[in-house]
Ligand binder design. Structure first.
Ligand SMILES: NC(=O)c1ccc[n+]([C@@H]2O[C@H](COP(=O)([O-])OP(=O)(O)OC[C@H]3O[C@@H](n4cnc5c(N)ncnc54)[C@H](OP(=O)(O)O)[C@@H]3O)[C@@H](O)[C@H]2O)c1
Length: 236
C-alpha cells in the first residue's frame, strides 16, 4: 500500500502514519520543517514502514510539485496541515486573516485538486482531508478558521460526487478538540481527544471509504445542536 501524507509533522498526522507504518505501507511524507520530518521518518521506518520518502515544502505553495513528487500508484492521500490563528489577534488584521484562510482553505483545496486529478486518472484510491467541526457554524471565537474549514467542506461535498464516477473516495474528517501542538494554548476540557485515538478513527474511516466523519463521533450531535441554535445564543 502506498500512502502520501501532506503535513506529516502534524500531531494527528504522525499518529495516523504510525498506523500505516504498522500496516507495512510505503510512505511519502511532506512537511516544511526538514529536521522534524527526518525525525518522523526515522521513527516510522523503525515501526515497520516498507519505505519512507520525504519531501520538504512550505505548503503555502509547491502544490503541483508535491503531487508530482508523490508519483503514481497511490492508494491513500491524507492532507493534514493547518494553522489555528488566535482570532482576537487577527480580528482587525485583514492580511493575517487572509494568510490563515489561504493556508487552511486555498492551499488545502489546491492540493485536493491536484491529487484528485492523479487518483481520477488511475481510477483508484482514497483522498482524505482533515476539516473541522469549526466549519459547521461561524463563531465569534474562530470565524476565520471556521470559514476556511467550511470552504473545504463545501468543496469536498461537490468533488466527492465527481470522483465517485472514477472509483475514488473522498473522506472528510471533522474532529472536535484534539490535544496537539495546535491546541496547546487552549484550556483543556473533558471533550479533548488524544491524537492517537483520533488516528484510529481516521485509519478506519479511510479503510471504509466513508464520506464525512465526525471524530469522536459524538461531535456530530454537538454540531447539530450548535447549527440549530438561534444566532443570539451563538456568541461564543
Ligand atoms: N487539534 C485540533 O483540535 C484540531 C481540531 C480539528 C481539526 N484539526 C485539524 O487537524 C489538522 C492537523 O492539525 P493538528 O492538530 O495535528 O495540529 P499541529 O500538530 O499543530 O499540526 C499542524 C501542521 O501543519 C503544518 N503547517 C502549518 N503551516 C504550514 C505551512 N505553511 N507549510 C507546511 N506545513 C505547515 C505544521 O508544520 P510544522 O510542524 O512545521 O509547524 C504542522 O505539521 C489540521 O488541518 C487542523 O486544522 C485539528
Amino acid at each position: 500500500m502506498k500512502v502520501a501524507i501532506i503535513g506529516a509533522t502534524s500531531g494527528i498526522a504522525q499518529e495516523v502514519a504510525k498506523l500505516y507504518a504498522r500496516d507495512g505501507a510505503s510512505l511519502f511524507l511532506v512537511a516544511r520543517d526538514a529536521a522534524k520530518l527526518d525525525a518522523v521518518a526515522a521513527d516510522l521506518r523503525v515501526r515497520g514502514a516498507a519505505s519512507v520518502d520525504t519531501f520538504v515544502a512550505d505548503l503555502r505553495g509547491s502544490h503541483a510539485e508535491v503531487a508530482a513528487r508523490a508519483g503514481e500508484g497511490l492508494d491513500v492521500v491524507l492532507i493534514a496541515h493547518g494553522t489555528l490563528p488566535d482570532q482576537r489577534a487577527v480580528d482587525r488584521d485583514p492580511a493575517a486573516q487572509r494568510e490563515a484562510f489561504d493556508l487552511n482553505a486555498t492551499s488545502v483545496i489546491t492540493l485536493i485538486a491536484h491529487f484528485a486529478n492523479v487518483l481520477e486518472s488511475a481510477r483508484h484510491g482514497t483522498l482524505a482531508v482533515i476539516g473541522s467541526v469549526a466549519g459547521d457554524r461561524g463563531r465569534r471565537s474562530n470565524y476565520v478558521y471556521g470559514a476556511a474549514k467550511a470552504a473545504v467542506h463545501a468543496y469536498c461535498d461537490g468533488l466527492r460526487n465527481r470522483l465517485a464516477e472514477s472509483n475514488v473516495a473522498l473522506v472528510l474528517i471533522k474532529p472536535g478538540w484534539v490535544s496537539t501542538p495546535m491546541t496547546a494554548g487552549l484550556k483543556q476540557n473533558p471533550l479533548f481527544a488524544s491524537a492517537a485515538s483520533l488516528a484510529h478513527g481516521i485509519h478506519t474511516a479511510i479503510a471504509k471509504r466513508r464520506a464525512t466523519v465526525y471524530l469522536p463521533g459524538f461531535w456530530r450531535w454537538i454540531s447539530i445542536v450548535i447549527r440549530l441554535l438561534p444566532g443570539r445564543f451563538v456568541k461564543f
